[in-house]
Ligand binder design. Structure first.
Ligand code: SF4
Ligand code: SF4
Length: 162
């Protein structure tokens, strides 16, 4: 299964990923129209600054996801094959148990409806919007082995060519 891997060294903190995420989760999926939508379209990944580094952070769709276990109303569920954790807004009561147990702090609040929001890995797209928007390829959508091979090849290239 493909995952979204983060190349921390490549992030320049432009926040294109955050913007693309919010637009993808708008009703119109169009930047100009999304700005005036209610509820306001929100990002589901977060570029955080620690000292002089900026790092995009997003849901890891954990094995045996703690947020799914914590949810009392089954608003959160996990696909047994892909591991993707999705959220059903109609079942969410805004109790924030999921946000309390997520070890990565990537569950946010939609103020208007008082419900949780999180990454759904863009089910309508072949490649998640954040990955496609990143100009420096700091976000990589790949199988684990494919990503490892990419990193190995870059390391070898650095060793050979400095
Ligand atoms: S929201 Fe947090 S706990 Fe739930 S799957 Fe994503 S990273 Fe894991
Ligand atoms: S789009 Fe890429 S470079 Fe820009 S903030 Fe996001 S991850 Fe970093």
């Amino acid at each position: 299964m493909k995952e979204i891997f983060v190349r921390i060294d490549r992030c320049v903190g432009c926040r294109s990923c955050e913007l693309a995420c919010a637009v993808e989760h708008s009703r119109s999926k169009n930047l100009l129209e999304a700005i005036s939508e209610i509820p306001r379209p929100r990002r589901r990944l977060y570029v955080e600054q620690i000292k002089d580094r900026k790092v995009p952070f997003l849901c890891r769709h954990c094995e045996d996801a703690p947020c799914v276990r914590a949810c009392r109303t089954s608003a959160l569920s996990q696909d047994p094959i892909t591991n993707i954790v999705t959220h059903n807004p109609d079942r969410c009561i805004g109790c924030w148990l999921c946000a309390m147990v997520c070890p990565y702090g990537v569950i946010n609040r939609e103020e208007e409806r008082r419900i949780a929001i999180k990454c759904d890995r863009c089910p309508e797209r072949a490649e998640p919007a954040c990955v496609q928007a990143c100009p420096t390829k700091a976000l990589v959508f790949a199988e684990e082995q494919e990503f490892a091979k990419l990193v190995r090849r870059e390391a070898i290239s650095q060793i050979l060519h400095g």
